[in-house]
Design a protein around this ligand. Structure first.
Ligand code: ASP
Ligand code: MG
Length: 421
């Protein structure tokens, strides 16, 4: 059976019109397609806000919750008309509240997954009902029943054997009966069936996992841009689309912070040589980009990461920065789940840069742990610029007038940690 996997992210389902557009695209797709959807628009951010204020104050952030409910209600009304029975979907919102109160004593990461996964549960329920409403036969499958993981909540690791077994048991027979399967991105579950999530923006990864397990013919990620561009069009004019690029180039770009694809997405596809298409849901007949096993000439690409913090660490005992120190520093970073974007050491200092958006409490705990053995200094609101396949001119154009805190260059990549002056 030739199976296609298609992923629609938050921006592609952020309004009734957008959902209708997705359905229109699906009508033109080849038969035997597995569709993975994200939460609508910025729902995941709102759910994070609700959770975090609940943790901080033990009360519901009614303002954000009500806005979120209203946002979905409006989409439902626009899709189905005012008379449509919304009870089933509204009950999902009640479940968020029940879960918050019943699990409030539990570990943060566990609670996070139970609450944040509602974004995808709600969007997929609405979309499934809309497919039925539009007369499109499909099977709605819960990702939780298929994507099996360990119990590292918020960043769960896939159990590939079990997930393959589940796709064979659940998805394959369903595809023998219907042409279209709908499921959620981002969500998995432990062996004991507790909900886990795969990390922010993890729906792309879900599409890749399913593609791998089903040995799909191809995998398509629908975006609001025309394909993989050489820079974020919100930050640069005159971007160029990269028509074809290799798996390894795509991994490098996403590793450095290009937000086009979740970094974990590529490897499972590469392992089975499944091409990944990145296409625009705004102009679905355009070609987009293809990521595959190939060698192509690549343009200079720019990746900007804002809100970086630079931490400089100095051993208190005047020892040098050597293997023992570095390994103790990394043990602390791993404990606090810090993902390092850039690092550099000298004889007596170790500097590293990571995203500022780790929550304040987590940052404080990280500093406390480091300060036991090290003197620590830090600097916030920095920008990390990565230029792949750089030229001297491309570098000059970007860094002139900025203060460079760290500079690193390899043959293919130049990186600058910059401060506005
Ligand atoms: N809704 C999740 C997020 O925004 C997963 C995804 O969209 O890929 O992080
Ligand atoms: Mg998203």
């Amino acid at each position: 059976m030739e199976i296609h996997v298609e992923k629609f992210g938050g921006a592609s389902v952020n309004s009734a019109n957008a959902v209708q557009n997705v359905v229109k695209i699906l009508k033109t797709q080849p038969s035997k397609t597995v569709v993975v959807v994200s939460a609508m628009g910025k729902t995941t951010n709102s759910l994070e806000k609700i959770l975090n204020s609940f943790i901080a104050t033990h009360t519901l952030n009614e303002e954000v919750l009500n806005a979120l409910i209203l946002y979905h209600k409006n989409i439902i009304n626009d899709l189905f008309g005012n008379n449509y029975n919304k009870d089933y979907i509204m009950r999902l919102f009640d479940n968020i509240i029940t879960m918050l109160f019943s699990y409030k004593e539990k570990d943060y990461d566990f609670l996070y997954d139970q609450i944040i996964s509602f974004g995808e549960l709600i969007s997929s329920t609405i979309i499934s009902q809309y497919l039925t409403f539009s007369g499109i036969k499909h099977r709605f499958i819960q990702a939780k029943d298929v994507i099996k993981t360990d119990n590292v909540f918020r960043s769960a690791n896939v159990d590939w054997n079990l997930t393959t077994k589940k796709t064979d048991e659940i998805i394959v027979p369903a595809l023998e009966e219907v042409d279209l399967i709908l499921t959620q991105g981002f969500i998995g579950s432990t062996q004991n069936n507790l909900t886990t999530t795969l990390g922010r923006e993890g729906s792309d990864y879900t599409a890749a996992i399913l593609s791998y397990c089903l040995n799909a013919k191809d995998c398509t990620i629908w975006k609001d841009v025309s394909g993989v561009l050489n820079a974020d069009p919100k930050r640069m004019t005159n971007t160029t689309k990269i028509d074809t690029l290799s798996y390894s180039e795509a991994i490098e770009l996403s590793y450095y912070g290009a937000t086009i694809i979740h970094p974990k997405t590529i490897k499972p596809l590469e392992n089975r040589n499944i091409p990944l298409y990145v296409k625009s849901f705004l102009s679905p007949t355009n070609k987009g980009s293809m990521i595959c096993n190939c060698k192509t000439q690549l343009p200079t690409s720019y990746i900007f990461k804002d809100n970086q913090v630079l931490l400089s660490i100095f051993p208190r005992d005047f020892s040098f920065i050597a293997e023992e120190n570095i390994s103790s520093i990394f043990a602390i970073l791993a404990k606090h789940r810090i993902k390092v974007n850039l690092m550099q050491n000298s004889a007596i200092s170790f500097s590293l840069c990571f995203d500022e958006d780790v929550n304040e409490k987590c940052f404080e705990l990280l500093l406390n742990d480091l300060q036991k053995d090290y003197k620590v200094r830090y600097n916030c609101h920095l920008q990390l610029l990565t230029i792949r396949h750089y030229t001297q001119q491309s570098i000059d154009e970007q860094i002139t007038g900025k203060k460079i805190l760290i500079e690193q260059r390899s043959r293919t990549t130049a990186q600058y940690l910059l401060q506005e002056v």
